[in-house]
Design a protein around this ligand. Structure first.
Ligand code: AMP
Ligand code: ZN
Length: 142
């Protein structure tokens, strides 16, 4: 896609700190990291939504991202990592070329997810699970 910043990075039109590249995916350092080493793993083909990424490419992304995570967590003061993916603006997606964040984490890194924990009203959990399960069956059969 001609006006996509990540497509331009893959094409070498914009510089990047490359970590890895194969025929399906590209990995490079995030320019504004949560911690140093914060990496982005992207499909070479332009897809806005992660859900549009073919299964073999998505699998490759996860495979390589988790291995980058293992390497990152042995570096510096890190001993853990987060994988993060935002699909859609409301979820925090800013760059509209699907990407998987690999974020090295350490107990003393002073970064906390603002993660709330709601409670389901009586019956709601089973209702939502049933609804998702039914729709997922159809989606996976498409
Ligand atoms: P998201 O909010 O999930 O869409 O994340 C987009 C990420 O892309 C942000 O963490 C940015 O710092 C990163 N980013 C944007 N432009 C560049 C660039 N030219 N090189 C590396 N990372 C970038
Ligand atoms: Zn793109």
């Amino acid at each position: 896609m001609s006006d996509c910043i990540f497509c331009k990075i893959i094409a070498g039109q914009i510089p990047s700190a490359k970590i890895y590249e194969d025929e399906l995916i590209y990995a490079f350092l995030d320019i504004s990291p949560i911690n140093f080493g914060h990496t982005l793993v992207i499909p070479k083909e332009h897809h806005q939504s992660a859900a549009a990424i073919p299964e073999n490419v998505a699998g490759r992304m996860f495979h390589v991202a988790s291995r980058i995570g293992i390497l990152l967590k042995r570096m510096e003061e890190f001993d853990a990592y987060n994988l993060h993916l935002a699909d859609g603006t409301a979820a925090g997606q800013v760059v509209m070329h699907a990407h998987l964040h690999v974020i090295p984490r350490g107990a003393e890194d002073n970064f906390r997810w603002n993660w709330r924990q709601l409670n389901y009203p009586e019956g709601k959990m089973a209702e939502i699970a049933g609804s998702i399960a039914e729709k997922l069956q159809k989606k996976l059969a498409e």
